[in-house]
Design a protein around this ligand. Structure first.
Ligand SMILES: [Zn+2]
Length: 384
């Protein structure tokens, strides 16, 4: 308790040390002090406090150069836990992540209906069940973050607008906080997925863009680990960039929005003019089997998806572009076509300036990203 009241123990220093251990651990006291410009005494005292609170743990590592053991610190993975939730109109996914960003549990259930009260009830039921299953760590669960497709006010936890869920100005964060008594964050699902992809990319990647081609079209940019939000958090909504003012009508009221050439509902609408198709999978299968009309429709979508890659790369100059969404994931046929097509479409000065990868996190991306967002919130607001 004496340590707690010392003047040097500024909140900023505490956050800095915890971030350092989270990002670079196992790390020694000396290295923490050097990297943070903190005196060895201050660094050691903060390390002692974090150990006392079970948030970090000591590991002995053989120091190769001098042949002696030095004490290093890393996060205690069992120190605190975070819940990530993904909402979609047809399913609800819940995940539990430890402090070391490992997903230790995940579950997907069918969404019964999209009425906000029913959705809240379903989320609350699932979280109570999760807490029962993990009885021992119930009181170590810090909070949860929910990822939803749509325009979100992340500071207020309000879903301003979600076409998929048919929600408008829904104060989801407040309602869930009231029901669960835990801190709650709400965010756009693709922005959260970008956070989890950033976790798995090479250390030298500074600017990562994720593109989502599914029931809509969107993108999200991570720069130096932070989500690029813009003023009203809709930075990256490329689905509504206009690519042909004489194009098809988009539900937003404009003509020729990018998503009208690529997104699932529009592709199925076009397909229906030729043949009744129930799913994107069915359409892709027809194309793979060589049905000309289906192939033409897919190739047109691929062309516009390449334009989407080109336009976002020209706008943001990323190191890495991640391709995701139901059109891409689990469809090597589409992946191969797109990976070839974008090479022909990309602006020549941007050629070879970035890498393109298929999503690594797939269906875990949103829940993991949501839990990481909550972990970052915990660290940035820590008080011991
Ligand atoms: Zn539109």
């Amino acid at each position: 308790m004496k340590i707690k009241n010392q003047d040097f123990l500024k909140k900023e220093n505490l956050i800095l040390v915890l971030k350092m251990i989270s990002d670079y651990g196992p790390i020694s006291r000396a290295e923490i002090s050097k990297q943070t410009d903190m005196s060895p005494t201050s660094a050691s005292r903060i390390v002692a406090l974090l150990s006392e609170k079970n948030l970090i743990e000591e590991v002995a590592i053989n120091h190769q150069n001098v042949g002696r053991k030095a004490n290093y610190f890393r996060l205690n993975k069992k120190g605190i836990y975070f819940i990530g939730v993904e909402l979609d109109k047809s399913y609800l996914r819940v995940g539990l992540m430890n402090f070391d960003e490992e997903l230790i549990f995940k579950k997907t259930v069918e969404m019964r209906e999209t009425d906000p009260n029913m959705v809240v009830k379903q989320i609350v039921d699932e979280i109570y069940e999760l807490k029962n299953n993990f009885d021992l760590i119930d009181n170590l669960i810090f909070g949860l973050c929910v990822g939803i497709p749509g325009i979100i006010e992340p500071e207020k936890g309000i879903v301003s607008f979600s076409v998929q869920m048919q929600w408008e100005n829904t104060p989801l964060g407040d309602i869930l906080h009231e029901r669960l008594g835990l801190p709650v964050k709400v965010d756009n699902e693709l922005k959260l997925k970008a956070l989890s992809e950033y976790k798995f990319c090479d250390d030298d990647v500074e600017h990562l863009i994720i593109l989502g081609f599914g029931s809509g079209v969107g993108s999200a940019l991570i720069s130096h680990g932070d989500i690029n939000r813009g003023k009203s958090n809709f930075a990256g909504e490329i689905g509504h960039t206009i690519v042909d003012p004489n194009g098809a009508c988009c539900p937003c009221g404009n003509f020729g929005c990018l998503q009208t050439y690529i997104a699932e509902p529009f592709l199925l609408n076009e397909a229906a003019k030729i043949k009744r198709i129930d799913s994107l999978e069915e359409l892709i299968l027809h194309a793979e089997n060589g049905e000309i009309w289906a192939k033409k429709l897919i190739l047109k979508a691929i062309k516009y998806a390449s334009i989407a890659i080109n336009n976002t790369v020209c706008s943001f100059n990323p190191d890495l572009v991640i391709l995701s969404g139901s059109l891409i994931e689990n469809h090597p046929y589409i992946q191969n076509l797109l990976l070839k097509e974008y090479e022909d479409t990309i602006w020549s000065p941007a050629h070879n300036s970035f890498d393109v990868e298929i999503t690594k996190t797939k269906d875990e991306g949103v829940i993991l990203g949501a839990a990481i967002r909550m972990k970052n919130h915990f660290i940035e607001n820590i008080h011991l």
